[in-house]
Design a protein around this ligand. Structure first.
Ligand SMILES: Cc1cc2nc3c(=O)[nH]c(=O)nc-3n(C[C@H](O)[C@H](O)[C@H](O)COP(=O)(O)OP(=O)(O)OC[C@H]3O[C@@H](n4cnc5c(N)ncnc54)[C@H](O)[C@@H]3O)c2cc1C
Length: 364
């Protein structure tokens, strides 16, 4: 095998950025690979503009450390309250720029773009190499458990009937208020009457723009924009900066870990002795008709994610973060939001550093 890395991270979305920076800051020679041309993942490239899952229902930050650092660097202004929840607005280009700066700031962190996972060597039940590079531990942040799949580790599939994929795109130059349910419904109704697929709005009044989430196929996006321009007052001059409409999967595949976080754990705000991250986002399900069902935690509460959810059950040096953590379909419908992904990414980075350091000490 050529070269060697202590820790390899696969995927440079919110979770992978957090994992790679944390692993390198922990002193490990770290390799980050992604099949894309640069860092960002879903948070940087899909048109999303709100970081969810950073705060409890009083607006207090749930996770310190990297999640706070990244949110401080990326966020636009102060957190905003939407119903019972707090979100932080951001611009995707800023998300990508901050990620790139952080990843370039560490001499012991090597990044390889346009590099999909090709092969993963498994010897004696441990991963020993990734794409021909010797590794001490791997953190799967691919969103779809690509490393685990390659080595045949047990995974849980998500359920598209409760996690319906959607097309996300921003619309700019809107001369109309959309900030209340009534105001948004006045726009959504004509779209529905015209037989267009369901959409939901995240308005950004100060920017005269809105993020549209469309439960349909990518070719519907230009139709929706055209309809709004021609038929809805205030949208005459709307335009999108999105160059590629793509269907985005809300959840992909979760790796079975030493513990599987459940929807009951989330809704009962369960705490764990080996907690490494906190979440308070509700269980948010979306069906194929674009209708969401939201189940909240008790007021003032948060749940914890144990370290066991970030350690693969069958492979001691495989860790996971973000959308791939060990969680059932209900739990991941809460823990998949970016605030949680940043927190589990940083936690997985720390766990992998501890694993590699201990293994190196045992060899001495
Ligand atoms: C429609 C939709 C709306 C959402 N709305 C919000 C919202 O408003 N706010 C919020 O906080 N969250 C939202 N989410 C959830 C959130 O965006 C994602 O769950 C989160 O960004 C996942 O982060 P991640 O790092 O786990 O994975 P990702 O961001 O998906 O990153 C995975 C990375 O792995 C790379 N990769 C994949 N396969 C391979 C491979 N074989 N080899 C190498 N690299 C690979 C990918 O290129 C990618 O860069 C939404 C999700 C969707 C789909």
């Amino acid at each position: 095998m050529s070269k060697a890395s202590d820790i390899a991270v696969v995927g440079a979305g919110a979770a992978g950025i957090a994992a790679a920076v944390t692993a390198a800051r922990g002193g490990c020679r770290t390799l980050l690979i992604d099949q894309r041309e640069s860092a960002g993942g879903t948070g940087g490239f899909s048109g999303l503009t709100t970081l969810c899952g950073l705060y409890d229902d009083a607006g207090n930050m749930l996770n310190d450390g990297f999640a706070r650092e990244f949110a401080d660097a990326v966020g636009e202004g102060r957190p905003v309250r939407t119903g019972k929840l707090w979100v932080l607005r951001y611009r995707p280009e800023r998300f990508r720029d901050v990620a790139t700066q952080l990843l370039n700031s560490l001499p012991n962190l090597v990044v390889r773009w346009n590099t999909p996972v090709r092969d993963v060597a498994l010897v004696g039940g441990r991963i020993t190499g990734l794409n021909g590079i010797a590794v001490g531990a791997v953190i799967d942040c691919s969103g779809t458990a690509e490393v685990a799949r390659t080595v045949g580790a047990e995974c849980l599939a998500t359920d598209d009937s409760t996690q319906a994929p959607a097309v996300v795109f921003p619309l700019h130059d809107i001369a109309r208020e959309l900030d209340s349910v009534v105001a948004a419904t006045q726009v959504l109704l004509p779209l529905a009457r015209a037989g267009l697929p369901p959409v939901s709005f995240q308005p950004h009044p100060e920017l005269h723009s809105v993020t549209v989430k469309l439960t349909g196929s990518p070719e519907h996006a230009p139709q929706v924009i055209e309809f709004l321009r021609k038929n809805v007052a205030g949208f005459e001059h709307c335009r999108t900066s999105c160059t590629e409409f793509r269907l985005r999967r809300r959840a992909g595949r979760m790796i079975v870990g030493q513990y599987v976080l459940t929807g009951d754990d989330v809704l009962s705000a369960r705490k764990f002795p080996d907690a490494v991250a906190r979440g308070a986002w509700p269980i948010e399900q979306w069906n194929a008709a674009g209708v969401s069902r939201v189940r909240y935690l008790p007021a003032g509460e948060h749940y914890e994610i144990p370290a066991r959810c970030l350690r693969a059950a069958s492979i001691p040096n495989l860790f996971m973060a973000g959308k791939t953590i060990s969680a059932d379909v209900d739990a991941i419908a809460s823990a998949r939001v970016m605030g949680c992904c940043l927190a589990t990414g940083a936690a997985a980075g720390n766990l992998a550093v501890a694993f590699v350091t201990s293994a190196q000490q045992q060899q001495q």
